[in-house]
Design a protein around this ligand. Structure first.
Ligand SMILES: NC(=O)c1ccc[n+]([C@@H]2O[C@H](COP(=O)([O-])OP(=O)(O)OC[C@H]3O[C@@H](n4cnc5c(N)ncnc54)[C@H](O)[C@@H]3O)[C@@H](O)[C@H]2O)c1
Ligand SMILES: N[C@H](CO)Cc1c[nH]c[nH+]1
Ligand SMILES: [Zn+2]
Length: 450
């Protein structure tokens, strides 16, 4: 990991220090993904079989997972893993139900009722990575909120192994979370298939889920096309930024850094500390622990683009972290809550020595599908709200229109939108006329009676 001192870097060097690796080759990536998407749009399923052979090295007989494959996957699954899946699903459900948006109805003026109703996005496409390792936990993070939201059609894509099968645990999670169709597709081609539809894959309204640089670039491209599909957010190669003070445990800090470095060669991990001694200790621990990992070679590639940065204080560490806007932020400091108010951009925050980032990945209950590449400046992680549309409803009584109509008429006149103004004033005049007619009627009745 490269050692840097924030306070001796000029602005250009600071920018380079916090640059994401995948951004450095964005042009080549963009072109390669454009070609994959165009080919899927042109040649549909045929292109999908070819891309699976090329990129996943598997010859598929069919793209869609069959009932027999679901049954075989369930039968093959270790009971302890099944139990852990159900345990994690229960906690994810608790947190996601608790944070789900609620319908709202308020009176903003007498006779003016404004509401918010919630409707699930009808057809959603979930992407579950499996390039370097299948991630059934991601299937939980997407399947559970989709189920709570009540999406009508849920499609899931995940790349097959070389034997042409999808990961058993991913299929099991798809089943228990009510996913309707699963396709053995990965990468940009899976995203293109769900965004535009093919003979086999239904076209989806919105796509969800993380993935490597190809998947994320494809999501960005289809979301920029009005004929494509909306997306949750750019959720690319995993990142973690740790802020550690001199009292932190370097063994824990190194383990947390490696937990994200082992995700893939594009991952990036950063340590900020005001203590040079801590940076040294963690560097040594990272080297020692990495050598023990089965995925050491992958982690080493990620570590090559990672940083150990000396800062002058914890306050400066918070400033640098906000500028980087990490997917995960771990505060390994004596008083983590004292720093919390200062954090304004991060996907998910982990407080204190006993909160490894891994628990958020699997089973604390929060969602692990989070914005990367600095998108945490403006995006949040996946939640039930991501699978819903919030529709407003309003209803005015005559009294309500009398109360707020003049305000609308003045604003419409200021914008020189005469039709807007009249849509209000015609009604106000009609109301005046009705009052007049009523008073004439009342007078006539009272005259006849006297
Ligand atoms: N941000 C988040 O919330 C989050 C959550 C979980 C995982 N992740 C990230 O997801 C990623 C998963 O990546 P992965 O690679 O293991 O699986 P993946 O399923 O995302 O990608 C595999 C696919 O990449 C495509 N691909 C590979 N090399 C290619 C090439 N040269 N050209 C075109 N396409 C190519 C293939 O089609 C393959 O099917 C990791 O980077 C991990 O850090 C992020
Ligand atoms: N850390 C990943 C998000 O960047 C999520 C994950 C899944 N499995 C393990 N980790
Ligand atoms: Zn992880």
């Amino acid at each position: 990991m490269k050692r840097l001192d924030w306070n001796v870097l000029d602005e250009q060097a600071r920018r380079t220090a916090l640059a994401r690796p995948a951004q450095l080759r964005a042009d080549a990536l963009r072109q390669s993904v454009e070609q994959i998407i165009a080919t899927v749009r042109e040649r549909g399923d045929e292109a999908l079989f070819e891309f699976s052979a090329k990129y996943d090295r598997c010859v598929l007989e069919a793209i869609e997972v069959t009932e027999a494959e679901f049954a075989a996957a369930e039968a093959a699954l270790d009971p302890a893993l099944k139990a852990a899946i159900h345990e994690a699903a229960a906690r994810i459900e608790i947190f996601h139900r608790a944070t789900a948006p609620q319908p709202v109805a308020v009176e903003t003026a007498g006779g003016v009722r404004v509401e918010r109703v919630l409707r699930a996005v009808a057809r959603v496409g979930l992407y579950v990575p499996a390039g370097s390792a299948p991630l059934p936990s991601t299937a939980l993070m997407l399947g559970v909120p989709a189920l709570i939201a009540g999406c009508r059609e849920v499609v899931l894509c995940s790349p097959a192994r070389a034997d042409g099968r999808c990961d058993e645990a991913v299929l099991y999670v798809a089943r228990i979370t009510g996913v309707h169709k699963v396709f053995k597709l990965g990468g940009a081609q899976a995203i293109a298939a769900m965004a535009y539809g093919t003979a086999s894959v239904p076209k989806c309204d919105k796509l969800f889920g993380p993935g490597n640089a190809w998947v994320t670039e494809a999501k960005l491209q289809v979301s920029a096309d009005p004929e494509g599909a909306a997306i949750d957010m750019p959720a690319g190669p995993s990142e973690v930024l740790v802020i550690a003070d001199e009292a932190a445990n370097p063994v824990f800090v190194a383990a947390d850094l490696l937990s994200q470095a082992e995700h893939g060669p594009d991952s990036q991990v950063i340590l900020l500390s005001p203590s040079y001694a801590m940076l040294d200790r963690v560097a040594g621990e990272v080297e020692r622990q990495c050598a023990e990992l089965p995925r050491c070679a992958i982690a080493l590639q990620a570590l090559a683009q990672s940083r150990l940065i000396a800062v002058d204080s914890l306050e400066q560490a918070v400033e640098v972290s906000n500028r980087y806007a990490p997917e995960h932020l771990i505060l390994q400091v004596a008083e983590p809550r004292a720093l919390l108010d200062g954090i304004d951009s991060a996907g998910s925050i982990f407080l204190g020595a006993w909160t490894p980032e891994s628990v958020g990945d699997y089973c604390s209950g929060s969602n692990h599908v989070l914005p990367t590449y600095g998108y945490a400046r403006s995006y949040s992680g996946v939640s039930v709200a991501s699978f819903q549309k919030q529709i407003t409803v309003q209803e005015l009584s005559a009294e309500g229109l009398r109360a707020i109509g003049p305000c609308a008429a003045i604003l419409a006149a200021a914008e020189q939108l005469e039709a807007h103004r009249r849509a209000v004033t015609l009604r106000l005049e009609a109301l005046d006329q009705m009052v007049l007619n009523q008073s004439v009627l009342d007078r006539t009745v009272s005259e006849r009676l006297t």
